[in-house]
Design a protein around this ligand. Structure first.
Ligand SMILES: Cc1cc2nc3c(=O)[nH]c(=O)nc-3n(C[C@H](O)[C@H](O)[C@H](O)COP(=O)(O)OP(=O)(O)OC[C@H]3O[C@@H](n4cnc5c(N)ncnc54)[C@H](O)[C@@H]3O)c2cc1C
Length: 188
């Protein structure tokens, strides 16, 4: 069983996966590469002067994989909660189990709704429905969290990436039983 499975590898999901993997948590990252991020050109991402969507997405994937996240190209079609962990079924017929699942599915809430995760009206432009989460990123279903656009944050890459990191840090803290920080020292 994975400690964390992330569904969706846009800025929200890949950022979450990079934090959980870097913290040494077994991390699965499932993505069907149909997100909005690839279509944009980014000049408002702090620390990066300008970057195209495909480069932003692919760099995020590489960062998560570098720290040990397992990136799988597939579509999650079912989430089954109850018992020990959450089962994720995919379009290709695979099934995975994880203790915690982060929904980072961008504009899509179909998977969440099918799993009994509460949704609500979105407030951001062109985002009709989002997953209802508390301040930590938890949904109404134990073990299922949400981050990024699908969790209703402002639709900007730096904010969705930050939200993914926030949710990951909350999960790592819960797994460790103590608040977690990830700070590296300047390399010589
Ligand atoms: C044309 C355009 C221009 C933009 N320009 C800017 C800009 O200049 N500056 C800015 O800050 N923001 C911009 N944005 C917004 C920015 O792209 C988003 O706010 C942000 O990147 C969304 O990240 P996300 O991770 O929440 O969602 P996404 O990037 O959409 O990622 C969601 C991922 O989940 C995957 N997924 C969904 N369901 C499943 C499933 N069931 N199984 C497996 N995978 C699944 C998708 O394939 C996708 O890869 C722009 C958006 C667009 C469309």
């Amino acid at each position: 069983m994975y400690e964390v499975a992330v569904i969706g590898a846009g800025p929200a999901g890949a950022s979450a996966a990079l934090f959980t993997a870097k913290a040494g948590k077994t991390t699965l990252l499932i993505d069907n590469d149909k997100g909005m991020t690839r279509r944009g050109w980014y000049e408002n991402y702090y620390g990066i002067a300008e970057i195209g969507g495909p480069d932003l997405v692919e760099t995020g994937h590489k960062q998560a994989v570098k720290f040990g996240a397992e990136l799988v190209a597939d579509q999650a079609v079912n989430l089954i909660a109850g018992g020990e962990g959450i089962t994720i079924e995919t379009e290709s017929g695979s099934a995975y189990k994880a203790k915690h699942v982060i929904l980072a599915t961008g504009v899509l809430t179909d998977l969440a709704a099918k799993a009994g995760v509460e949704t609500k009206d979105g407030t951001e432009p062109r985002i009709k429905t989002v997953v209802a989460v508390n301040a930590e990123g938890k949904t109404n279903v134990d073990g299922i969290w949400a981050a990024g656009t699908v969790a209703g944050v402002s639709v900007h890459a730096i904010i969705t990436a930050g939200d993914g990191a926030k949710v990951a840090i909350n999960i790592i803290s819960e797994l460790n039983g103590a608040r977690y920080v990830d700070h590296d020292l300047l390399k010589a």
